[in-house]
Design a binder for this molecule. Structure first.
Ligand code: ACO
Length: 331
């Protein structure tokens, strides 16, 4: 592909639901304890979307914040990509509903589902549209309402997940900044370790779940854990070495927020200081595709990112999928 421009993140935004679900509240719902959850996951509370709020509205708020932060007007957006595994409808897709909320009639809009890796995949796609000159500004919004596919009788999963939305505006940047490289992959043969049936399910899928709850998460936590810790380290190493850099050159790592123990394990493999690994897991839980853009927005607004900082965004998720992106902060 002819690369005409360099792509980078020009603005970030996020929106979390107001309602908090604490570990103490979960103690009243399933047989668990604040101590177990905190020790095994690092999570203390997560946000839960109101029953009557469409995810598209949360996503649109995050998008508006990102557009404002980028210093552009919404009419300059030429493409909307939504990363989600929990859209309000199978059709219209979430991106079209966000487009409607933003009143951007006519702008192309599509969804991508790579589970928790969705944001990295979507950013990589947006990057192509910028680099080849097809678009000037692309909105990448990642939003999840995982509480709607969580079985609150399954203590192995219900303590982990939360809801939220994060967004970025991707556009042209000067040569010394922006996206440097990306590595991504998937292992469909491992997909059975983390499933949410939709229009089809097997006998085995039904047997794994509590009766009557077809469309809920089922996960083999330890299989996913082992995959996650290994692949996050490997993908980070690969994306930095492809750019003739080393992990020590990184100013920050923004990993998908699934479990504090996974982060520690991956970082130990990389021999990278944990203080430079951003984490908000304690307050958000795992918000799948939305986790990295929400972290980026928090860090950016808190002044923790400087122009030129070298950053890796790294995620794993259902599929099983993974992706790592190396970039230099361009704001
Ligand atoms: N409270 C109390 N006890 C619990 C709970 C709980 N909430 N959950 C599980 N246990 C029990 C189990 O029943 C088990 O008891 P048993 O030995 O009597 O059977 C015991 O704790 C140990 O269970 P493990 O599953 O071995 O616990 P582990 O330490 O592996 O932690 C966890 C489980 C937190 C799920 C971990 O495996 C994990 O984080 N895995 C990765 C999950 C993840 O990140 N998924 C996101 C994927 S991203 C996406 O795309 C959605």
């Amino acid at each position: 592909m002819t690369k005409l421009y360099k792509a980078g993140i020009l603005g970030t935004g996020s929106c979390l639901p107001e309602r908090k679900l604490t570990n103490a509240e979960l103690e009243n719902i399933v047989e668990t304890s604040d101590e177990w959850i905190t020790k095994r996951t690092g999570i203390r509370e997560r946000r839960i979307i109101d029953d009557d709020l469409p995810l598209a509205k949360l996503a649109a708020r995050a998008a508006e914040n990102a557009i404002h932060d980028a210093g552009i007007v919404k009419e300059e957006i030429e493409l909307i990509i939504a990363a989600t595994l929990t859209p309000d409808y199978l059709t219209p897709n979430l991106a079209c509903s966000v487009q409607k909320e933003l009143q951007l009639s006519g702008v192309p809009a599509f969804d991508m589902n790579a589970a928790c890796t969705g944001f990295v995949y979507a950013l990589n796609v947006a990057q192509q549209f910028i680099e080849n000159g097809a678009c000037r500004y692309v909105l990448v919004v990642a939003a999840e309402a995982l509480s709607r596919v969580t079985d609150y009788q399954d203590r192995k999963t219900c303590v982990l997940f939360g809801d939220g939305a994060g967004a970025t505006v991707v556009g042209r940047v000067e040569d010394s900044a922006g996206i440097i490289g990306c590595t991504a992959g998937a292992y469909g043969e491992l997909g059975h370790n983390l499933t949410i049936p939709c229009l089809y399910s097997t006998e085995e899928d039904r047997e794994k779940r509590n009766e009557g709850k077809k469309q809920v998460i089922w996960m083999d936590g330890s299989e996913v854990f082992t995959f996650a810790a290994r692949i996050m380290a490997e993908a980070t190493l690969r994306v930095v070495s492809d750019a003739q850099l080393s992990v020590g050159d990184l100013d920050h790592i923004f990993p998908h927020q699934a479990n504090a123990r996974i982060l520690k394990n991956a970082v130990k493999r990389l021999e990278y200081p944990i203080e430079k690994v951003y984490s908000n897991l304690e307050h958000t839980g795992n918000i799948s595709a939305a986790s990295i853009p929400v972290c980026l927005d928090e860090a950016s607004k808190a002044g923790r990112l400087k122009k030129g900082d070298k950053i890796v965004l790294v995620a794993f998720g259902g599929g099983l999928t993974y992706g790592a992106m190396l970039l230099q902060w361009s704001k």
